[in-house]
Ligand binder design. Structure first.
Ligand code: FAD
Ligand code: NAP
Length: 339
């Protein structure tokens, strides 16, 4: 049942867990409900913010508008051929539940993305990625309703303009569309990607020599559980910053000055710097100012120890940006959506 509520605390609807309020709040369960809400005065007269799991957003103020919590559910196989299965997943499905569904059906493509928090509808927003895989590799289509006209628009993979933690939805069409479903093209004969980070090591520990989808998912879950702060225990939104890309020339200059710099070559002759390393070198790892802090094990993750305000976390992120810029002449960009 759809009910627009006034003055709702968003504390339990986002993983930083800061105490902010929405002037209006509604949870919707179907496209039909979205169309009904569009006719409502509250929708017409207010700014709209769509929320999935709230795991990639930092609120620096109350929302003086309508928050729509997306709870559209459903997973449906729509077609298949010799090599692929196409699955339409409603935007409010929990991402990790969908990954487990793929694992159970032995469909490859998202196993490296196990345990990423949030909903399926937000997965194209920043082209979620981990352990060398991004959803752009399996995203066939994104289905979305135009915020103004309510018309359905189907975005092909190319039209999503996926990039590193980027898509057309994150900036150009920000708040322009309500994503209702994503169609994934999953592999019946998957090619595994285990070369990244600690996956191979973890598989060895599990005594697995010939990995399958299930084993890779299990390995990723185990690594993530051991390294990343659980938002249910300590407020955070994962990596707060992107890993910056720099030119080869700039990389060589940095390497000369800082021989231990952690960087990875990219296809375009550029280099990706591990932002966590830069932040750690500036002395921020484990730093705490009031209840805002930098995680003790992963400097890329900012945390709320309990009663931090969004503005305090934001201020800390600004201090980090300035310190990294002064020390390395590299400008960090926030990955988390700032409201
Ligand atoms: P929300 O935070 O609810 O929304 C994010 C943005 O998308 C907001 O701007 C919102 O308005 C918009 N939005 C959400 N749903 C819709 C919709 N249906 N239609 C239109 N706009 C919408 N990210 C990675 O890429 N890789 C990781 O490995 C990773 N690990 C993480 C680990 C932890 C512990 C945490 C807390 C976060 C991590 N993240 C990671 C970030 C985050 O989980 C993902 O970006 C996730 O996709 C966000 O989903 P969400 O539903 O919580 O989005
Ligand atoms: P990690 O494995 O300790 O690696 C540190 C950094 O080095 C990562 O940022 C990763 O870049 C890069 N890296 C590691 N191995 C690489 C390789 N073989 N080739 C190219 N780059 C490599 O990182 P972690 O913090 O434990 O995270 C593991 C994975 O989960 C990473 O892919 C990370 O992006 C993802 N993750 C994302 C979030 C988020 O909120 N966005 C949060 C937690 C974890 P990339 O980040 O570009 O992969």
């Amino acid at each position: 049942m759809m009910l627009i509520q006034p003055d709702v605390s968003l504390k339990k609807y986002h993983t930083f867990g800061t105490d902010v309020y929405a002037r209006f709040f509604v949870e919707i369960h179907s496209e039909q409900e979205f169309k009904e809400i569009q006719q409502h005065d509250v929708f017409k007269k207010n700014t709209i913010l769509v929320l999935g799991g709230g795991s990639n957003i930092l609120f620096t103020k109350n929302v003086d508008g309508l928050v729509i919590k997306n709870s559209l559910k459903g997973v449906e196989k729509i077609k298949e051929d010799d090599t692929h299965v196409f699955v339409k997943v409603a935007a409010g499905e929990v991402w990790h539940s969908f990954v487990l569904w793929c694992v159970a059906h032995n469909l490859g493509g998202v196993e490296n993305l196990s345990l990423i928090p949030g909903c399926v509808g937000a997965s194209p927003m920043q082209n979620i990625g981990a352990y060398g895989v991004e959803i752009k590799e399996v995203c066939h289509q994104v289905q979305a309703l135009d915020m103004k006209s309510g018309e359905l628009r189907v975005f092909s993979n190319a039209e999503c303009e996926f990039g590193y933690r980027e898509s057309v939805f994150k900036h150009r069409y920000k708040n322009g569309f309500f994503i209702t479903a994503v169609v994934f093209k999953l592999n019946k004969k998957p090619v595994f990607n285990t070369s990244y980070g600690a996956i191979e090591q973890e598989l060895k520990k599990m005594e697995i020599t010939q990995p399958d989808i299930k084993a890779i998912s299990k390995a990723v879950i185990s690594i993530r559980n051991s390294k990343l702060p659980n938002p249910a225990e300590i407020g955070n939104a994962g990596s707060f910053f992107k890993n910056p890309e720099i030119s080869k020339k700039k990389y060589e200059q940095l390497k000369e000055k800082h021989p231990n710099v952690v960087a990875y070559p990219l296809e375009n002759e550029a280099y990706k710097l591990a932002a966590g390393w830069l932040i750690e070198q500036c002395g921020f790892k484990g730093k705490r100012i009031g209840d805002a802090g930098v995680h003790t094990q992963q400097a890329l993750v900012l945390v709320n120890y309990g009663a931090a305000q969004g503005t305090e976390i934001y201020k800390l992120s600004q201090q980090i940006i300035e310190a990294v810029l002064n020390t390395f002449d590299v400008l960090l960009e926030r990955e988390v959506n700032i409201y």
